[in-house]
Design a protein around this ligand. Sequence first.
Ligand code: SF4
Length: 265
Amino acid sequence: MSTQNLSPEPPSEWAGGSLTPATAELAAARIAGASPLERLIALREVVPGKIVFTTSFGIEDQMIAHLIFANKIDIEVSTLDTGRLFPSTYATWAKTEETYGVRIKSHHPDPRELTRLIADIGINGFYHSKEGRTACCNVRKVEPLNRALAGASAWVTGLRADQSSNRGKMALAAWDNSYALLKVSPLFDWTRAEIAAFVEAENVPVNPLHAQGFPSIGCEPCTRAIQPGEDERAGRWWWESDDTKECGLHVDKDGKLVRARQAAA
Ligand code: SF4
């Protein structure tokens, strides 16, 4: 692959060493200004250790999974199986494994924590209070994510800046203080239409719910179809009113969205 669109080589003194916030900034600068595939390949070349991509099998994640699997990039692909996903999401998961001949690593909620949660708030207690919803997301998503990212140097996500006003503040790559790693969103500057065109051209398996008004697909009881003109994430936790709805995967310890520092263009 040509890497002519990539920034010049980073200084040799950090190559192969552990990432720190300062070296992560150099790595971020190195992968800016390239195509998503070039970004992923360059990320693998310049970041030492384990790199984890977490997928929820949405259209953005399916494009990234395709780039990783089709090009055999050494990035671990993991998913968080909350136990409350749509049947079509499990079908997309199976179809993806079949298409690329791979296994996707799954992380599940801790059974004792899940038992405690359900005893505490009820099986659908997330509808009754924001605290209950957050507790459920913590047990079913955030704690499994901690395990998925354990020991990783970098975390690849399918976030896009134009998915919501909240995510508009993000960028390509940044040091994530919560997990002490480099967080990279190789599609942050791609539009949904561009991604849809890519997956169609490459025959990438996609969740059929996208064609039924679900641009963003999470757990079944917490996701509905959206109306024309609504924000892409309006169908997530629709009974909550604020515009900063996140499941906790992409927020810091104060509940704020982790804002990626703008990588050098
Ligand atoms: S999205 Fe809903 S069901 Fe899924 S973990 Fe969060 S509150 Fe629980």
